[in-house]
Design a protein around this ligand. Structure first.
Ligand SMILES: Cc1cc2nc3c(=O)[nH]c(=O)nc-3n(C[C@H](O)[C@H](O)[C@H](O)COP(=O)(O)OP(=O)(O)OC[C@H]3O[C@@H](n4cnc5c(N)ncnc54)[C@H](O)[C@@H]3O)c2cc1C
Length: 540
């Protein structure tokens, strides 16, 4: 079997690259390791962050190239390649126009969803750069309707229905029934569904249970790939190029230990992301970049809760933002603004105490009072329902601390201090509630006010849950140029080899601009990479 372009991995990166290539008329082969397609992209929120997108025009959002670049630069910590950032910003708008023009994708602005550091230069406190992919009927996929990865949590919810997206997380019975009848799916499924449909219409039929294991190199050029397809070895040729889109290495303990800057014990992505693409790229001499980094997220592991046959790690976003909860370390001290964005918060978990030579903030616990539990529910248990028995509960703060192994004096002091901050509406330690972002996904009754996130912890019994350092996916890998060509250790393109998505060094490096900060660049560079590979000189 030989194609013009071979794409490995069927997440948003692989799908957009495959579509862009196929639309030029070349023959594309799309190979996926898992038994279902879509990868983490399909189980994600599905939100892309797209500066200057055309939906801003009707909504009256002001944005500019200068603002977008200044904003990304403010988050770069001198790690971002300006050429990559400029390519992203310059091609962002046209990528969404392309998706809406050539597939059934239909985005809307996520109303008022703030950028993640909205007060930085060029940041948008009132949002305008994060897009909702809406709903897509999976009946449109025919035989592929049930072969796409899905999340039971968000199955029929649009991102705007979720609490993170500003909704209640609930649908009326009639609306839920309507969506179930038409198999209307939102979030990540709504993002990947239209692209899959467009690929199928062009005759690109993904091959599942096909794990790429090695690249074929002839005379210094990548000319194909070795795969295990349903357990049997196959070699597939690539006349123009091979595109690595195999996701990150977060599920491979060796690679995590070798590269990530600090502990990461809770990957939230699909478990087939084991760094296969990274290993293949290293083997042919790729230069690596951004290797210590991941898209960080605090996570909770609920006993017995599984996804794709593995322990599930749940994102902890809402619970730590809502009033009546704080996060503490083993000394019982708060160590961050709990309501800050999940990616930046990862840094707090990696703070090394030079004296004890331990991670100062691991383990960490979310501590909340019973008023919080009753009003907001607990990790999926609805408001008003009993607190699940896997949560540690005690009648007093001191008893709670003793049960989980937190310093009791420290926790009592911290909670007294916190309650004082709440009474004066000013978190003097970590400024929780000062940023527009902190006030976004808290208590909707106090939307946009500090009270949406500031609340006393004073109503027993008290509860604690261990919070882990998790990731949405790693963001380091082979370095590429602006068209996705993988670079070797002399920074020369490796002929015939491309990479895009979490398998590659992220174009924005550590910068996570706002909701959609990973998928935005992935869609943009997915398209550019597909076009570049399709245009590469054919080998005979
Ligand atoms: C719960 C959750 C919510 C998220 N929400 C958002 C959001 O709203 N916005 C945002 O920007 N980001 C979000 N993210 C992050 C985002 O989903 C990822 O950054 C993005 O999906 C990565 O896309 P990708 O195509 O690189 O990888 P993936 O989508 O993970 O796809 C990689 C694919 O490659 C396959 N593969 C692996 N190895 C091989 C091999 N050897 N051969 C063939 N195939 C292989 C995998 O099975 C997988 O299907 C979220 C992540 C999670 C987990």
């Amino acid at each position: 079997m030989t194609h013009d372009v071979v794409v490995l991995g069927s997440g948003a990166a692989g799908l957009t690259a495959a579509l862009a290539a196929a639309q030029t008329g070349v023959d594309v082969g799309l190979y996926e390791k898992s038994g279902v397609i879509g990868g983490s992209s399909a189980i994600s929120g599905g939100v892309p962050w797209i500066p200057l997108n055309h939906h801003q025009d009707a909504a009256g959002v002001c944005d500019s190239r200068e603002e977008a670049l200044a904003y990304l630069a403010s988050l770069s910590l001198d790690r971002m390649d300006p050429a990559m950032a400029e390519t992203f910003v310059d091609h962002a708008r046209e990528t969404i126009v392309w998706l809406e023009g050539t597939t059934e994708a239909s985005f809307t602005l996520l109303p008022r969803y703030p950028d993640y550091h909205p007060e930085n230069p060029g940041g948008k406190p009132d949002g305008g750069r994060s897009l909702d992919p809406g709903l897509f009927s999976y009946e449109r996929l025919g035989a592929w309707q049930d072969k796409v990865a899905r999340s039971k949590r968000s199955a029929h919810l649009k991102i705007t229905d979720t609490t993170l997206g500003g909704g209640t997380g609930q649908l009326s019975d009639e609306e839920l029934q309507r969506r179930m009848d038409a198999d209307l799916r939102g979030c990540g499924n709504a993002l990947v569904g239209p692209i899959i449909k467009a690929l199928l219409d062009l005759g690109v039929e993904p091959v599942v249970n096909a794990q790429a294991t090695d690249l074929v190199v002839e005379d210094g050029r990548v000319t194909g790939v070795r795969l295990l397809v349903d357990g049997g070895e196959q070699v597939v040729g690539a006349r123009r190029g091979v595109i690595l889109a195999t996701g990150g290495f977060e599920w491979d303990a060796d690679l995590v230990a070798a590269f990530l800057r600090g502990p990461m014990t809770a990957p939230t992505s699909v478990p087939t992301n084991t760094g296969d693409g990274l290993r293949m790229a290293m083997r042919v001499g790729a230069q690596l970049g951004n290797m210590g980094q991941a898209w960080w997220v605090p996570a909770v592991r609920i006993p017995g809760d599984t996804a794709f046959g593995q322990q599930r790690s749940n994102l902890v976003n809402r619970e730590r933002t809502l009033p009546g909860s704080i996060m503490v370390n083993r000394a019982g001290r708060r160590f961050t603004n709990e309501a800050t964005n999940y990616n930046a918060l990862g840094g707090a978990f990696h703070q090394l105490d030079p004296v004890t030579f331990t991670y100062a903030n691991l383990p960490a616990w979310l501590v909340f009072d019973h008023a919080h539990a009753v009003k907001y529910g607990t990790f999926g248990a609805p408001a008003g329902s009993p607190v699940p028995d896997w949560v540690t509960t005690a009648p007093t703060v001191r008893a709670l601390a003793e049960q989980v192994g937190i310093d009791p004096d420290g926790l009592e002091t911290t909670i007294d201090r916190w309650n004082g901050f709440v009474d004066h509406e000013a978190d003097e330690d970590f400024h929780r509630g000062d940023s527009a972002y902190d006030r976004w996904s808290g208590d909707g009754d106090h939307r946009f006010l500090k009270a949406s996130t500031l609340g006393r912890v004073d109503t027993g019994p008290f509860h604690a849950v261990q919070v882990e350092s998790g990731t949405l996916g790693t963001s380091g890998g082979p370095r590429t140029d602006t068209s996705g060509h993988v670079l070797d250790t002399h920074l020369e393109p490796i002929p015939g080899l491309y990479a895009v998505g979490n398998v590659a060094a992220a174009p924005t490096a550590m910068a996570y601009g706002g909701a959609g900060g990973t998928l935005g660049p992935i869609l943009v560079f997915g398209r550019l990479t597909g076009l570049a590979a399709a245009a590469e000189l054919t080998i005979s």
